[in-house]
Design a protein around this ligand. Sequence first.
Ligand code: 5AD
Length: 474
Amino acid sequence: MEEPLVQISAEPAPAAPVEGRRFYIETFGCQMNVHDSEKVAGVLMARGYRPVAEPEDADLIFYNTCSIREKAAQKVFSRLGQFRKAGAGKSSNKIFAVLGCVAQQEGEEIFERAPHVSLVCGSASYPKLPELLEQLENGSRRVMGLSLRTEDCFETELTRRDNRFRAYLTIIEGCDKRCSFCVVPATRGPERSRPSGKILEECRRLVDEGFTEIQLLGQTVNSYRDPSPARLSFAELLVRVGEIRGLRRVRFTTSHPRDFTPDIVQALDACPTLCDHVHLPVQSGSNAVLRRMARGYTREEYLEKIDCIRAAKRAISISTDIIVGFCGETVDDFEQTLALLDRVGYDQVFSFKYSPRPKTAAGGWVDSVPEEEKGRRLVSLQERQRQIQILRNQACVGKEYEVLVEAYQPKLGQAVGRTTSNRIINFPGRPEWVGTYMNVRVTSAGPNSLVGERADNAEADAPPASRLRVAAQG
Ligand code: 5AD
C-alpha cells in the first residue's frame, strides 16, 4: 500500500528560484550512505542545484546520517546545533535536511529537537525525493518521507560519483535478517533487489565512462535475489559483472554468513577480476551470544564457511566485524571470540562496543556488561588482532602486488595503493599516478599497512585522458 507523503506544516515561505541554488551534503556512516549521497546529489543536480564544498556557501544543507551506534546518531544533532550557534541570522535562510537512518529512526521528533530542519527523509523514501523537494520549492516549511513500505529501489537518472575510478553500485537495499542488536531493518526497510539486467547495464555504462573498479553494495549483498526472469544467483551475477570487458576490479560488501554459499567462492576462483577479499562479519565467537544475536548460524557453521574460503585456489583475504559486550556476554564468551581470531586469522577486524538501539529486540534487554568492561574487552581484542595482522602483513614482505593508486600524499611524496586483497601499500610516487594500476614490491610491514616500492619501471598504465574527463563529470 502506498503511504501518503506527510506534510505537517505548510506555512508559506518565499519560493526561491531553483536555478543557481547551491547544496552541500555531509555523509556519516557506511558505504551505502556514501553512495546514497551520490544519488541524492544526482537528483539535486538534475533539478538545477549546484554542489558546493562548504556548508557556509550552500542554500540547502543535507546531512545523510547513521544510527548504527548511539555515538553515530548523536553526531547529526551536534552538527545541527553548531550551525544554530554560529548565528541564527546567518543560517536562517538556509534549508536543512536530515536524511538516512537517523531521519527514519527519529522521524518527526527531529523537528522538535532542531526546529530549523525542513526536510526529514529515510532511505526507503528516497524514490520520493523529487516530490519532496518540489514541496519545499513550493514553500512548504516541513516535509517528511518516512514510509518503509516500499517495493522500490532508489533509481536516479543521474548519479554524481565522487571517486573517479571506483564506482559504488547498489544491488540490494534494506535487510530482512532482524539480528537482535541491529537497527538496519528498522531504518532501511525490507530487502529489495534490483533486476540483474539493470545492474549489468549500469556496470557497462560505468566502464564506458572510465571506471575500472566497481563495488557492489548491499547491507546483505549476498542475499541478492534477482527479481527479473533471468533469476541470476548472486554468484552468477558476480561472474557476469566480472566478465565485463574493461573492468579490472569487482568488490562486494557486506556479506551475511547465513547466505554465504560455496558458489560464491567458486565464482572468485573462476573470475580473476573479482577481488580476492571477503568481508564476513561474525559478530561473536560464542554460540550462546550468536543465538541471542539471532545471527542464524553457529560458530561451527561460520567456520565451515571460512574453511570453504580458505580451500579456494586463490588466497582470499578475510575481514570481519565484531561486537564486544553484547547483552549477557560473559568472560568465557569473550574468550571464545578471541580464540576465533586465532583460528581464522583475519586480515582486518572492525570492532565495536555494543550500543543498545531503539526499535531492536535487544534494545529492551538489560545492557549487562558495564561500559568500562566493554572498553577493556575492546582493547584486548584489538591488541590480539594487531599481533595477528603484524604476522599476516609480514608474510607479504618481498612479494609483488598490483595496486590501484587511490591517493597521493603530497607532504610525504607517497602514493597510496590498494591491492585486490584490500591491503594498503604506501610507496614513493607521483600525483598523476592516482587512478592507475602498477606493480609494487613490499619492503616492510606494519599492523595496518605495508610499505613498498614500484616494481615496474614502465610508465603508469593510465587510462586515456578523455575517458578520465568523462568519469570526472559523470
Ligand atoms: N552496537 C554495536 N555495534 C553494532 N553494529 C551493528 N549494530 C550495532 C550495535 N547496536 C556493528 C556490527 C555491524 C557493523 C556495521 O556495526 O558489527 O556488522
